[in-house]
Ligand binder design. Structure first.
Ligand code: FAD
Ligand code: FMN
Length: 665
């Protein structure tokens, strides 16, 4: 980790290492002011060793608010709060910046109570609003507002500012021909489209002095048709450097782009190639980001000339101590970001505060302190899914005597299924982490034992935590007991013998994932397609064709929409994957009979036959909590967590495990 932990200079600003937290809207403030929740969140990350923390986005003007609970820097009254934050982070040894933000056409009219503004009148698919084009006078006012935002950041004691010029927000709406249709000096040529950004940089430098560092967040490829690509981004970077930008921070894709950029199925550091190209064009530091969750990879990226700084967003939400652990080479202790987005980005998209599936303490730093118990207790944790493992980890870490029981031969519960569908492999390092942690924390683990009431009573524990999960339900459909009908879980575990025509009954998350899994089984693996293509054995068209789908797969779903259980940031990715794999999706459709070779469905009152030599059931779960009823009143303390309480997701199971782990006194 020599490079990762070497110092780096942004202008005159010296960072102790090359780890930066890129700007992330966290949704912790209701009124735009810095508060304790925000301070504690960043304090943990500064304490954990991040060299640079970019706070925000913070909107520089009311019309540029990017969503609810956004941080503000549009008035002097925000300075004291920002100052407290900057002071705290400085005391922890981190350098700081604020991202100056204006959403432009991505603002929601109902939130800003006005029509959003942009370079031109190009409708936003996010909000459905069409913005009005800014007048030249208004553009110049905005240059002033950005400058005022920078002044406030400097007065508050931040070491630098970052201009949000990416992801489809206002400044990038000017940079990109996709949204900039102007014919005046702010539109047309690249020089004109860059004018707004250049004027902001020049104005900040004029006001705050050449020494005050400015970072610029730039989209290295808009990934929207008619937008800027890498060649344009290179030119923009070379325009920005001489006018005073001190570092360029990578973004990739706009929110309306249909190329996944942060989902779990995006390969780690997939967009590093863009950063490497930009780095060749400029002499200022370049920050790479997106899907970097491993210090070894981070070090390689630096060594390979991909970037000068590593942006770790969700990775440092998942584990604030990542830098320290990496520096001490305690790699197996790093709690990995799995890029599920369930706690972070999906929360933002639904107006909720950011937290984290693997780290429920994120955003709850103040209330989730881990304290030693009043008395050491003997705790039996039954079930080793994510809920049980997290509870055992926290309880043992606090000093309780923990016995963890699992009826299967391996730990992990349904985590062992979560990673099986295509693109979900990041669950594996999470299992490895949890298993390594319970071992490190000396939890007594018993596998291959189904715990009964008798066993619990014989053990005489002070506390029992039941994390026994849920099992799949079997719907009452004539023909359900036929040999070619399988549970989705059995299919994922490779226990089924699928035919050519697979029907998945149930289009929730498990149904969709299993449908994709089925479609990809028997299709050409992507690595094989690439090998054959690069050796001219097959054309790129054939490579795509052969790797699309291995069989015919149909999803049958009673509800109006398929995949509603997925978060907003992943649903579209999943639907796109299913379409790309030729999976047929039938919503508002009910399976009413199963026969050999086909099923009968009812779609909006009409009966239809769908060919099916394999039927996969994914119609839901019921909790496994019989032991709870049996033990009630018979043990001193009894708790039920996770799916055993009600079938839901890892997000809830881990949270409940973490909470109970802290509460048992
Ligand atoms: C294919 C698939 C994909 C999924 N993908 C996601 C996803 O992307 N994101 C997400 O958040 N959630 C996902 N889920 C849901 C998630 O896996 C569950 O919500 C989560 O695992 C529940 O955790 P838990 O600890 O409550 O229970 P489980 O993980 O079900 O673990 C319960 C454990 O208890 C054990 N057990 C039960 N009874 C006893 C007993 N008497 N004695 C000893 N041991 C016992 C079981 O063997 C099991 O190992 C997915 C589920 C599936 C099936
Ligand atoms: C919850 C959340 C909020 C974000 N908010 C911002 C933002 O306000 N400004 C910005 O430039 N990028 C924002 N991003 C993008 C991140 O800075 C980063 O580029 C992205 O998460 C990819 O990096 P990662 O894989 O390390 O998380 C946000 C990302 C997340 C997950």
């Amino acid at each position: 980790m020599k490079r990762l932990f070497s110092s780096c200079k942004i202008g005159n600003l010296e960072l102790k290492n090359r780890i930066a937290i890129p700007a992330m809207h966290l949704g912790y403030t209701k009124d735009g002011f810095v508060n304790d929740q925000l301070i504690r969140f960043y304090q943990e990350r500064a304490r954990g060793g991040a060299g640079l923390i970019i706070v925000g986005g913070a909107y520089i003007h009311r019309l540029g608010m990017g969503g609810i609970n956004f941080l503000s820097i549009d008035d002097d009254r925000y300075i004291p709060g920002l100052k407290t934050l900057a002071d705290v982070l400085r005391a922890e040894g981190a350098k700081t910046a604020v991202q100056l933000f204006h959403a432009g056409r991505y603002a929601y009219s109902f939130l800003i109570d006005d029509q959003p503004v942009s370079a031109s009148e190009v409708r936003s698919p996010q909000s459905g609003d069409t913005p009005r084009a800014l007048t030249i006078e208004e553009i110049q006012q905005l240059v002033h507002f950005f400058t005022e935002g920078a002044r406030r950041a400097k007065e508050a004691g931040f070491d630098a500012v970052e201009i949000s010029g990416a992801t489809g927000y206002l400044v990038s709406q000017f940079l990109s021909p996709f949204t900039n249709r102007r014919t005046d000096e702010y539109g047309g040529s690249l020089e004109n489209r860059t004018r707004f950004a250049v004027e902001i940089v020049q104005s900040i430098k004029e006001k705050l002095g050449n020494d005050y560092p400015i970072l610029f967040r730039l989209t290295f490829d808009d990934l929207v048709k008619g937008g800027n690509g890498l060649t344009d981004a290179k030119e923009i970077a070379t325009v920005l450097e001489p006018v005073g930008v001190d570092a360029i921070c990578m973004q990739v894709g706009w929110h309306e782009s249909r190329v996944p950029t942060i989902a779990m199925n995006v390969p780690r550091a997939a967009f590093g190639y863009l950063s490497k190209e930009i780095k060749k064009e400029v002499n200022i530091p370049v920050m790479v980001s997106n899907r970097i969750n491993d210090p070894v990879l981070a070090e390689e990226l630096l060594q390979d000339g991909v970037a000068d700084l590593i942006g770790l967003g969700r990775t440092l939400i998942a584990d604030p101590e990542f830098p320290q652990k990496a520096m001490a080479e305690r790699l197996h202790e790093i709690r990995p970001c799995i890029a599920c987005n369930q706690g972070c980005f999906d929360s933002v998209l639904t107006g909720m505060p950011v937290t984290c599936l693997v780290n429920p303490a994120a955003g709850r730093e103040a209330s989730f302190d881990v304290e030693p118990p009043k008395k050491t207790k003997k705790v039996m944790v039954i079930g080793s899914g994510p809920g049980g493992l997290e509870a055992a980890r926290v309880l043992s870490g606090r000093g309780h005597e923990v016995l963890l029981y699992e009826k299967e031969d391996r730990l992990g519960g349904k985590l062992n299924l979560c990673h099986l569908p295509p693109g979900r492999k990041e669950f594996i390092p999470y299992i490895d982490y949890l298993v390594a942690e319970v071992k490190r924390l000396k939890v007594k683990v018993v596998t291959g034992v189904t715990v009964t009431e008798k066993m619990v009573l014989e053990n005489n524990p002070d506390v029992v935590v039941l994390a026994t999960g849920a099992i799949q339900t079997l719907p009452q459909i004539p023909g359900i007991d036929k040999a070619h009908v399988y549970f989705a879980e059995s299919v994922l575990e490779g226990k089924a013998d699928p035919g050519e025509n697979v029907v998945v009954v149930g289009g929730g998350a498990v149904g969709c994932e299993t449908a994709l899994f089925m479609a990809k089984r028997g299709a050409m693996p992507a690595s094989t397609a690439l090998f054959l293509m690069t050796n001219d054995a097959i054309s790129s068209e054939d490579a795509l064709k052969f790797s699309r789908s291995g069989r015919t797969v149909t999803i049958i779903e009673m509800l109006d929409r398929i995949g509603t259980e997925f978060g907003r940031s992943y649903r579209w990715v999943m639907m796109q994957n299913l379409r790309q794999s030729d999976v047929t999706m039938m919503a508002k459709t009910k399976c009413i009979e199963i026969h050999d070779g086909h099923i009968i469905v009812e779609q909006e009152g009409e009966r239809k036959t769908v060919e099916a030599d394999t039927v996969v059931i994914a119609t839901g779960y019921e909790p496994v909590n019989e032991l709870y009823t049996r033990l009630e009143g018979k043990v001193p303390e009894l708790f039920l967590i996770g799916d055993a309480k009600g079938p839901r997701k890892c997000l809830e199971a881990v949270y409940e495990g973490a909470k109970i782990g802290r509460e048992i006194s």
